[in-house]
Design a binder for this molecule. Structure first.
Ligand code: PMP
Length: 442
């Protein structure tokens, strides 16, 4: 505004108010975040929270003890900065541990980088590789930030859904029944495709991609010279003897894949926010560039403790005492409890092959919460909000894991997290049983 005799009399602080738009264009369309909304709802209303993905049981003692030792031990340098791209003991043990699994020598300094959780690892990938005009293939349903991170980097997400096939014999569906259509997947690749995001085991379905499915993806990546951002944060959480296959180990894939992992999921300590990336130096050098110009560094003590956790796991690898053997065994039991609870009340579970999560079909509960035709909000979202407010049970609508165009198709499922104490799962069972009785009693 032009200064007048009036404005001259205003205090300086009022005159200085900004009127120009401040938001950078890259933030357009990424302002809504499902977690902010549903975490708040759960905090306000839930008696039993099976929404956001975190365990309510403690991390293993050996990990907590390692943290305490790092915190209160003689080496006070652990309270100071460490190497920007990863505390040396952590990158060394990660290189040794995963080098064995991948069957290749990993250089801790160039093939591994530590990040603030897997979330920052993802952010580094999108910022480092994607630019205006690039397309990124995202398999639906997907961990929601893949879409917003693609857009923030200036890229265009291209979605390809897993197609469910109902088993004929009346059995419960499994996450295995959700499959890619090979022709549809192939049709999404073009000269504009820069990367595909793979998340196996997959959040939210719990799908563990088979070797055949990974080979299909790998062949297309090689054919079209496309990068693979492979989010493997649930790599240890696979059930029923299933195998987690690392796509980077398939022919032609190491050179074009960034592997992403998380100590949060690996050691049941999501709040520590220690994650990592692994891959060829040719790719990781660009991730280091983003990291050094943004976060620069992750908490030293947490990195030291995670390093010790991996040291222990290296010594126990494949043995009964290994946490990577024990945790999935415990979680499989928890999965089965929740499957039974949901099945007993008619909220049909899709049995997950991996992860913390299971998705359930709420179609039979539709009479409780009437549909609102022409509502902008998907049905499952309104259902999940109603459920937490009226029943005290928090879950996440599956439509949150779909692109705008597909939300209305996949709008009758909700996702539960079963990485919870037995008592929590029992309390969830009580709520469901009571709800069913209320439904059936006249
Ligand atoms: N990827 C997937 C598929 C996830 O589910 C999560 C956490 N919910 C992350 C990445 C982020 O992991 P972190 O907590 O280590 O940042």
């Amino acid at each position: 505004p032009i200064a007048t005799s009036e404005t001259f009399k205003l205090p300086f602080s009022l005159q200085a108010k900004m009127s120009r738009p401040v938001q950078a264009r890259r933030l357009e369309g990424v302002d809504k975040n499902i977690w902010v909304e549903f975490v708040k709802l759960a905090a306000t209303y839930s008696k039993v929270n099976l929404g956001q993905g975190f365990p309510d049981f403690p991390p293993p003692d050996f990990l907590k003890e390692a943290f305490v030792r790092a915190l209160s031990g003689e080496n006070h340098m652990l309270h100071q900065y460490t190497r920007a791209f990863g505390h040396p003991p952590l990158v060394k043990i990660l290189a040794q541990f995963f080098g064995k699994l991948l069957g290749r020598d990993l250089d801790p300094m160039t093939n591994v980088m530590v990040t603030v959780g897997a979330y920052q690892a993802l952010f580094c990938c999108f910022q480092a590789f994607i630019e205006e005009g690039d397309e990124v293939i995202i398999i639906e349903p997907f961990f929601d930030c893949y879409e917003s991170m693609t857009k923030m980097a200036g890229g265009t997400p291209v979605f390809v859904p897993l197609r469910p096939k109902t088993p004929k014999d009346g059995k419960l569906m499994s996450s295995e029944d959700w499959k890619l259509d090979p022709a549809e997947l192939a049709s999404k690749f073009s000269e504009r495709t820069k990367a595909i995001v793979l998340n196996s085991p997959n959040n939210p379905l719990g799908k563990v991609f088979s070797r055949g499915e990974l080979e299909l993806i790998a062949d297309l990546c090689v054919k079209h010279d496309v990068l693979c951002i492979s989010d493997e944060v649930y790599e240890w959480l696979v059930y029923d003897g299933k195998e987690h296959i690392r796509i980077a180990s398939l022919p032609g894939m190491w050179d074009r894949t960034v592997i992403i992992g998380s100590a949060g999921k690996t050691f049941s300590a999501t709040g520590w926010k220690v994650g990592w990336t692994m891959g060829p130096n040719r790719l990781l050098q660009h991730l280091r560039n983003v990291h050094q110009n943004s976060v620069y560094h992750c908490a030293t003590i947490a990195q030291e403790a995670v390093a010790q956790g991996f040291q222990r796991e290296l010594e126990l690898y494949g043995k009964a005492d290994s946490y990577f053997i024990q945790l999935p065994r415990e979680l499989q039991q928890k999965r089965d409890w929740l499957v039974q609870s949901l099945d007993a009340v008619g909220m049909k579970p899709i049995i997950p092959e991996g992860t913390y999560f299971l998705v359930a079909d709420i179609s039979k509960f539709k009479s409780d919460i009437p549909d609102v035709p022409d509502s902008d909000e998907p049905y499952d979202s309104r259902f999940a909000k109603w459920m937490v407010k009226n029943k005290g049970l928090a879950a996440i609508p599956l439509s949150a894991f779909y692109s705008g165009a597909h939300k209305s198709i996949y709008n009758h499922f909700i996702r539960f997290c079963f990485a919870k104490e037995e008592a929590t799962l029992k309390a969830a069972n009580d709520i469901l049983q009571k709800w069913k009785q209320e439904k059936t009693s006249p």
